[in-house]
Design a protein around this ligand. Sequence first.
Ligand SMILES: NC(=O)c1ccc[n+]([C@@H]2O[C@H](COP(=O)([O-])OP(=O)(O)OC[C@H]3O[C@@H](n4cnc5c(N)ncnc54)[C@H](OP(=O)(O)O)[C@@H]3O)[C@@H](O)[C@H]2O)c1
Length: 287
Amino acid sequence: MKDKIVLITGATGGIGKAAAMELAKKQFTVIIHGRNKAKTQQVCEEIRMITGNSKVDYLVADLFLIAETKQLIREFKEKYERLDVLINNAGGLMSNERENTAEGIEKTIAVNLFAPFLLMNGLSNLLKASPEARIINVSSNSHKLNAKPDFTDLQLVNGYNPLRSYGNSKLFLIWISQYLAKELKEQGIGHVTVNTLHPGAVATGFGTNSNLGPFMNTLAKWMRPFFRTPEKGADTIVYLATSEEAQKVSGKYFVNRKQARVTEKYYTTANEKLVWDYCEKEVSKVE
Ligand SMILES: NC(=O)c1ccc[n+]([C@@H]2O[C@H](COP(=O)([O-])OP(=O)(O)OC[C@H]3O[C@@H](n4cnc5c(N)ncnc54)[C@H](OP(=O)(O)O)[C@@H]3O)[C@@H](O)[C@H]2O)c1
């Protein structure tokens, strides 16, 4: 697959950087995203140097913020007329203390759900302009282990804990991806696919700054040596971005390159639509 343009969020480290490196090796035009300009610029240079691919560029935005995510979309549109692969990878597990962004949104939901929602929708015309476009959303097995949504309180003003919010956000990310896949199919847009994945337990920066309390902090530290490398964690992303068979599939969830089951607990088409509509309403409140 040559001359393909990929945008990958959260590519300054961990799984995102490993995926960006691999796609640059495969001669994609790679636009990496980060939130820290100096760090993002440095990773961009590093990928160019290691891969010998000069078609690596970067964009900067804090994806906690709707306004900055919208600005990122505008900047991307100014530079590129088409997008072949959108990889919503940036995300994270927050801390025991519930925190809101400057825009008043719980941080886990802001970065893990609203940012991918905005990017999928804001860049949809550029994706449709590609002969074969793929949206790849990095979810997590945590959607099975930790999700416990309250449909009257999606940002967990009450009953917040970091793993619950994280699990909810990754479950909702799967739902909005499935929803969009169905919408695209109904509109007869077969050349844009949307899939999600779990990368495995990967030794990255993930969770290292999340204060989960003494027990969970110790457990996470103890488990870390058993985790996979970022390169192995990026494998299913690269597979979904490049393989011919993956282009034929949409609305599915993948683990280790294979389709896997999504938990049916909490799922109804009405709940899925409720989450989609909620995202739409919340992101429209900020310019
Ligand atoms: N590691 C695992 O075991 C695991 C398991 C399941 C799912 N995942 C998912 O995999 C994805 C990648 O995580 P990772 O393991 O590679 O973690 P990571 O090493 O912490 O990387 C996360 C990336 O996202 C960026 N990011 C985080 N918050 C951001 C924000 N508000 N605005 C812009 N960028 C932001 C980070 O930027 P900075 O460099 O500036 O921090 C970094 O580039 C995440 O969606 C995560 O939920 C990871």
